[in-house]
Write a protein that binds this ligand. Sequence first.
Ligand SMILES: CC(C)(COP(=O)(O)OP(=O)(O)OC[C@H]1O[C@@H](n2cnc3c(N)ncnc32)[C@H](O)[C@@H]1OP(=O)(O)O)[C@@H](O)C(=O)NCCC(=O)NCCS
Length: 164
Amino acid sequence: MDVDDIDDFMVWATDDKVSQYCTWSTYTSKEQAMDFMTNIVAPHPWLRAICLKNRAIGSISVTPFKGNDACRGELGYVLVSKYWGKGIVTRAVKMVVSMIFIEWPHLERLEALVDIENVGSQRVLEKAGFHREGVLRKYIIQKGSIRDMAIFSLLSSEVTQRQS
Ligand SMILES: CC(C)(COP(=O)(O)OP(=O)(O)OC[C@H]1O[C@@H](n2cnc3c(N)ncnc32)[C@H](O)[C@@H]1OP(=O)(O)O)[C@@H](O)C(=O)NCCC(=O)NCCS
């Protein structure tokens, strides 16, 4: 994804339904989007657009941890609400899983934290083969409310086993 995708990005970034369970607040201006493109997207080591007919309809990312946590990466994704429920993000997650452990051989674990009420996102991870490890109680403050988060993971060794 890059700055050329800014108009497509605005479609989901300005939608309250999309931001509801995310740490970011709904965007209200193109300047905010430009700031995100410049400061987060451009330097990000692994953030891709989910495309339909050459237009971005969402994004998916793996954010690496540093230092003693460098064996882990955090998965994140978002999709324009009009395309929800068609299996698109599940397919995108499976694609990421099939390549990220090859591209980043040092990665042992891919993880995702999901708001306990974000049932669709938890279902995506289950369908993509992630393990639900438990619930981190009162874990983060999201839009002024303290949230319980479900934690999911998939290990490199589990993907290798599946592919062999
Ligand atoms: C969560 C999100 C990524 C899912 O993308 P998607 O392409 O619609 O997901 P899929 O179609 O691959 O799978 C969704 C699954 O959740 C199920 N689902 C969705 N909402 C549900 C709900 N409220 N209750 C029960 N199941 C639900 C769907 O039925 C489907 O499961 P199924 O195939 O067994 O029927 C999308 O809704 C989104 O972008 N949400 C906003 C951003 C977000 O929450 N990102 C994740 C932050 S952790």
